[in-house]
Every structure is written in C-alpha cells, then in structure tokens.
Design a protein around this ligand. Structure first.
Ligand code: KG4
Ligand code: ZN
Length: 353
C-alpha cells in the first residue's frame, strides 16, 4: 500500500510517502516567518502552509519515485493544532484524495506522535508486545498514556498548565533565546552544570510536602517559569550571560527529571515492560539519555523516535494511517472531516481511544 501523509498543524509544512510501510520520502519545510515574534503567529502559519503545500507534496511524490496515480490512500492531520493551519493540509489532502478517487484517512496529530517511535525506519521501530506507557511531549501537549496492543489508549496524566515544550520555549524566551528555544537550550546545556541552580520540580515525590502534590501522573511547569523569572530578576544581566550554559542546563535538568520520574513511576504502577517517548521534546538529548538510563536501571524497554521523526513530520501521519488501516481502525471514508483545535481523548476526535 502506498500512502501519502500530510502535516500542517503548526509551523512545519510536511509531506511523506510510505511505500508498503517503508518511508521513501519525508519532506519538511520549517517556517521562518515567525522568528521575530517569539512564537508561532497563527495567521502567518496558515498563509505560509498555503504557499508551500503544493510544492512540498510534489517533492514528496517525486522523491518517492512514483506518480500520484500510484497512491492508494492519503492521510492528513485533522487536529489538534492551529485551526487555520490544520485546515490547509486537511482540505488539500481531502481534495486530492477525492480527485484521485482514493480513500482519505484523518489522523490525530498527538496519536501520530505517540506511535512515531514505531515508524519502520526508526531504530526502535518494533511495536512492543504488550501494553506500554507513552510519554508524548510537544510544544502544546504533555501526556502520559497507557497504550494497549490494539492501539487504544487511556490518558493517565497530563499537564495542568504549560506543556514541556512550552516550558523550554518560554523560559528560553526569558533568557533572550530565539523561538523555538528547546533545541537552543539543549545545545547550551551541553556545556553547562545542571546543578548550578535547583529550579523547582513540581508534583514529584521530591515535592511531596507541597500542598499541590496529588500523587498522580499529572505535570505542572508554570512554577518553573515563575521561578526562572524570579531568578533572572535577582541576578545582574552580566552574571546571567556569563552563566547562560549553566542556567540552560539547570532548566533542562528540572524539566527532564520530572518527565523521567513520572514516566518510570507510571510504568511501575501499571506493571508494563516498555516505555515510548515521542513529540518534539523527545529530540532533547538529556531526556533521551536520562530516559534510556532510567529504563536500563528498571529493566524496562524504551522506544524513542529518530530525531527527524520526533518533531513535526508527515512520515508519522502516513505511518499511523498505515497502522490504523492494518488494525481495522478506519471505519468510514469521508472527504468532509472537520478540523479540530484541541486534544480530547475519548471524544471521537481521538480516533484510537
Ligand atoms: O512536536 P513538535 O515539533 O510540535 C508540536 O506539536 O508542538 O514540538 C515542538 C516543541 C517545541 O516546544 C520545541 O522547543 C521542542 O518541541 N523541542 C525541543 C527540542 N527540539 C524541539 N525541546 C527540547 N530539546 C530539543 N532538542
Ligand atoms: Zn507535534
């Protein structure tokens, strides 16, 4: 089966082709127009997707060395994401599938991240035999889910405020770093001391005495943001500049420790043998290292996508569509699927719950 995947939920325009389960093209164009704004400007994102979509899809099909007529199915992100941005890829994909008289498969972006470690070209691609815990950490979401073999899942924890990616981006903005700050903090932290300053790790066993501790698998990163702001206000700019690597490493350490601790606790609580980590933040080198080490210590298998499949890409959209088709999860064929902005498991918009 030849599947074209299309992804336009945020600031990446991407198209990919899977030939019989193999990724043969994965073209990604990252929008630069948001650089001066410190975040993604929704209207600019939609316009840029609109400008790029035809050429990106053409490139993906050409790189795959096939013609459009050889496609068996087209899949696209239907949400969650910036609604105008989602709509560009979704309408394009539906129109193209309709014109080619082939099925259209709407894909939930977060679910596509959740299964991105199992893209055939990813090093850890074997789907675990048995249930596993998935940590999905992106710019807009931080979710812990218990995933079953039939692809269904239950969300067992989520962020109460900011997503992990937002925690990187917003604290990075306070440090004067460009958007998205996650990869910049990752690079700076490589030469910094993670124990330079102890930023708070909310809702962890360590913070058990805090009145906010709930002993569950939820996350909270807003306190970290406030703490970084307060710390920056207390220290002269020259001191901050001289210790930029250390501050970056300390922020990263606070975020990564919480993610690892909660994910391992969930795996132990549900007695699963495997963990998968996915989403843009799973590209973080400290998180990858710390999660792998913790999993070795606890005898748990770990699945993390190649970094190219960690951040937004269309290969994960095509790949999940393929998995859904093979597991009989695609119920009806429609060319008028409505885009949606927010993630809600169990609402029907999350197709695998
Ligand atoms: O999954 P993604 O590409 O887009 C969304 O669906 O949100 O995730 C983007 C997020 C951004 O917040 C970005 O700062 C973060 O992933 N990110 C990273 C790294 N690479 C991307 N965060 C930390 N370290 C990285 N290396
Ligand atoms: Zn994403």
């Amino acid at each position: 089966m030849n599947i074209l995947g299309i992804e336009t939920s945020c600031d990446e325009t991407s198209a990919a082709v899977l030939l019989d389960g193999r990724v043969v093209s994965n073209v990604i164009s990252s929008q630069r127009c948001h650089a001066g704004f410190g975040g993604v400007v929704p209207e600019l994102a939609s316009r840029e997707h609109e400008r790029m979509i035809v050429s990106i899809v053409e490139s993906a099909v050409t790189e795959a060395n096939i013609t459009k007529n050889e496609l068996d199915c087209i899949a696209a992100t239907a949400g969650p994401g910036l609604i105008g941005a989602v709509m560009v890829g979704l309408c394009f994909a539906e129109g193209m599938a309709l014109a080619l008289c082939i099925p259209f498969v709407p894909v939930n972006h977060i679910e596509a991240h959740m299964f991105s470690a199992f893209i055939p070209e990813s090093a850890d691609h074997r789907v675990p035999d048995g249930p596993f815990i998935s940590l999905t950490v992106s710019g807009g979401h931080t979710l812990l889910s218990l995933v079953h073999e039939d692809l269904s899942y239950e969300v067992i924890g989520r962020t109460l405020d900011d997503a992990a990616g937002e925690a990187f981006d917003k604290t990075g903005k306070m440090l004067g770093l460009s958007y998205p700050a996650g990869p910049v903090i990752d690079r700076l932290a490589a030469d910094g001391d993670p124990h330079f300053h102890a930023f708070p790790k909310a809702l962890t066993a360590q913070s058990q005495t805090s009145k906010n501790y709930r002993g569950n698998f939820d996350f909270s990163f807003s306190g970290l943001k406030t703490s970084v702001l307060t710390w920056l206000q207390k220290h002269p700019a020259e001191f901050v500049a001289a210790h930029l690597n250390d501050v970056a490493a300390s922020i990263q350490h606070a975020i990564v420790s919480v993610l690892v601790e909660k994910t391992i606790a969930a795996a132990r609580h549900y007695r699963v043998k495997a963990i998968s980590v996915a989403g843009g933040v799973s590209a973080n080198s400290a998180l990858r290292r710390a999660m792998r080490n913790a999993c070795v210590r606890h005898g748990i298998e770990v699945y993390i996508p190649e970094t190219i499949y960690a951040t937004d890409n269309a290969a994960m959209i095509a790949s999940l569509a393929g998995l859904m088709i093979s597991k009989g999860k695609v119920r009806e064929n429609r060319y008028d699927v409505a885009p949606f902005a927010s993630f809600s498991a169990g609402s029907g918009k999350a197709s695998l719950t």
